[in-house]
Unconditional design. Structure first.
Length: 163
């Protein structure tokens, strides 16, 4: 029986990049991975362009919502195996202490949310973010986690964030 890994994607607003990553990993990594997302200062809404990008990729959007990362540091929260920051702001902030000391890495990508212009320009920014996250998640899913030691896993997840 394969282990199930819990993965938390963090960003400041939890409205775009972390939401995209949560949806991608829950779709591509099931049943061995369960993804969550949160923000240090959540906007309280999921960006409509993020939802549009997920729909274009035929990924489910049910249950996706913007939430504070404190939810995952409380007693009774799921124990995280991995925590990835996907924006530079969240990577620089002091994170809560995660129960179980999960492996962490920074996978920063440009924020599509502040992009202005036509719908086509904004959609392109969200598509670019989605493609980068999808590629990184694919690399992560290809790691033979069960046969790697902790140092090798840390090295690999860090390397993925630089690609």
């Amino acid at each position: 029986m394969s282990p199930v890994y819990n993965v938390l994607f963090l960003c400041t607003g939890n409205s775009a990049r972390s939401i995209l990553a949560e949806a991608i990993l829950n779709h591509r990594g099931a049943p061995n991975f369960h993804a969550f997302s949160a923000g240090s200062h959540p906007t309280g809404i999921v960006n409509p362009f993020a939802l549009k990008q997920l729909a274009a990729a035929h990924l489910p959007v049910e249950g996706l919502h913007s939430k504070n990362w404190d939810e995952f540091a409380k007693p009774g929260a799921p124990k995280m195996d991995f925590v990835f920051t996907v924006c530079d702001s969240a990577a620089a902030e002091v994170c809560p202490v995660w129960p179980g000391q999960p492996m962490t890495a920074h996978w920063g990508i440009p924020d599509p949310a502040p992009v202005r212009g036509s719908d086509a320009v904004i959609e392109r920014a969200f598509r670019d973010a989605f493609i980068t996250l999808d590629r990184r998640i694919g690399l992560f899913l290809s790691l033979p986690l069960a046969s790697l030691n902790a140092l090798a896993i840390k090295t690999e997840i860090t390397r993925i964030g630089r690609e």
